[in-house]
Design a protein around this ligand. Sequence first.
Ligand SMILES: Cc1cc2nc3c(=O)[nH]c(=O)nc-3n(C[C@H](O)[C@H](O)[C@H](O)COP(=O)(O)OP(=O)(O)OC[C@H]3O[C@@H](n4cnc5c(N)ncnc54)[C@H](O)[C@@H]3O)c2cc1C
Length: 383
Amino acid sequence: MDLGLDARQEETRAIAAELAADLLAPAAARFDRDGGAPTDHLKALGARGLLGINVDPRWGGRGAGVVAYVAAVRELAAACAGTTVGMMVTNMVAEAIQRFGDDAQRDRYLRPITAGEWPAAAFSLSEPGSGSDAASLRTTATRDGDHYVLDGTKAWVTSGGFAGVYLVTARTDPEQRSRGISAFLVEPGTPGFEVARPEEKLGQHASPTCQLVFDGCRVPAASRLGPEGVGFKIAMSSLDGGRVGVSAQAIGIATAAAACAARHLADQMQHIEADNADRQRELADCAIEIDAGWLLCLRAAALKDAGKPLIREAAMSKLFCTDMAHRVCERALRILGPDGISGAHPVERHLRDVRVTRIYEGTNEVQRIVIAREVLRAMARQA
Ligand SMILES: Cc1cc2nc3c(=O)[nH]c(=O)nc-3n(C[C@H](O)[C@H](O)[C@H](O)COP(=O)(O)OP(=O)(O)OC[C@H]3O[C@@H](n4cnc5c(N)ncnc54)[C@H](O)[C@@H]3O)c2cc1C
């Protein structure tokens, strides 16, 4: 197995590293303090092909694949995790439109996403009272001639308020559970569709997260993504890929925190005569765990690139990398001492930013359930 990046993947990573250094890193502390939507930065990522990394060039994407995607996410997240999650969700929605949409939908939505005309696309599955158990969602889409009428409330929508298109799941058949759910592409400004104000949250302040309210919102039947009843499948397959992206995001945050701690330790070792063996051990543990996470992430990304199943590997990667990144940020704080929590170093931001990676794209408790189910299924197949 070749663990290096090929020329196309390396080109994508290098573009991300350049934009991370020039645009995202200088603004990260400001967004963390003041909030707001990094729409210009996201458009700049789009203009360089980073909002459709795994989208076919025929639709304006880079066509560079999933390994290239995680390499880019890692670079961007090390600079600003909040801006990066907007980029990640946009890539996820673009891939869903490419895979499940028809040519009219691809033409209408993929081109403005991949050209950076729109800052983002949004993915709206969760609802107040329906997150981990997504199949219990209550938003309805009722057929009315050549339209559907959407009614309900969606929660925690990343890039809500400035996305160019929203992938929204709603129940088209109340008699069925997951098979009664369909997906729709809803455009901002559609009457009956409103975005509530952003939620206040612990970290990732460069990523507004909003509620959406649908009240008699009529959308053309042609805006349905895929056939009726496959919306849950669309959402779940998107989340498998999404979990690989969250792994890379967590690794990026961990890499930035560990680098900060390493610089601090190296500086102290030059100037202060003290026993720092403990802190060197902490640094070693950070380096080992970051590399272990990257291997899990690369394996899941390579499986997706090869078109192979990745449910188990994506869940393992997401669970390990996000827990690991939390541990690394904690260790970085210990190495820095009081400086770590003072705001003099970005590590306190990294620690707040990393927490939510254990929640979205399926909480880590749910990932354990997914992994156990897949392990038991594999055993039953062998028996
Ligand atoms: C910043 C942020 C951005 C987000 N962006 C999006 C987005 O763009 N689009 C979108 O659709 N959603 C988004 N989400 C929603 C996110 O996916 C959900 O919050 C997540 O799936 C958890 O669902 P919940 O909030 O309903 O928590 P719940 O499902 O109520 O879970 C609460 C707690 O119970 C635990 N739990 C639940 N079920 C089980 C179980 N069976 N066994 C053991 N423990 C269990 C969970 O692990 C969790 O700790 C976002 C969330 C956040 C915080």
